[in-house]
Design a protein around this ligand. Sequence first.
Ligand SMILES: [Zn+2]
Length: 220
Amino acid sequence: MLGAPGSGKGTWSKFLSDALGLPHISSGDLFRRELAKDSPLGHQLRSYLDEGKLVPDDLTIRLLGQEIIEGTGQQGFILDGFPRTMAQADALDALLLDSGQAIDRVVEIQVSEQVIIGRALSRFVCEGCGQPYNTTTMKPQVEGICDRCGGRIVRRSDDNEQTLKQRLKAYREKTAPLTDYYQRQGKLAVFPNDGPPDRKAQQELLELLGQAEPVNEVAD
Ligand SMILES: [Zn+2]
């Protein structure tokens, strides 16, 4: 699954995982699980995360390899959060070749920059208790005051237009070669989704993937 930050990639990955009956493997979840296991790999991982460094690709690939070769991903999977660069895509291809699997489809969730920024700027959070609010769908009773604890409601510090634009630009620069790469292999399925992730959008995505009906019924 490919998609810019704020494109809803995680939500769509979970939907496809339920609809197609395939495990959802996200690099973030793999990291969290390995850290909890207190394993040698987990200790290596912690040393990078504690210093705020990026996790090196070979470490991520080893975790992914465990999951694909011995873990939940042996019969197929929805991969989310990896690859993000061409080097990672090459490493993933090598891993899959070793495990006798291959990527069937690459879904790119395409949401316009304007919509991503609009969504992010409508999000607020309570300083006191962390309760999320939203100016369109989840307004507090009294403007600026948390319903639960009476705390102050503020915008998340990383949600300002300039930061978001920079993040999206960085994403485009890193990911453009990836989409080209999968496009050339005839694997790329572009899914435009400026609207809500509702039932209609779900059907559109399944049709795009040649799945007229979900394998499993998914609750709204
Ligand atoms: Zn609160």
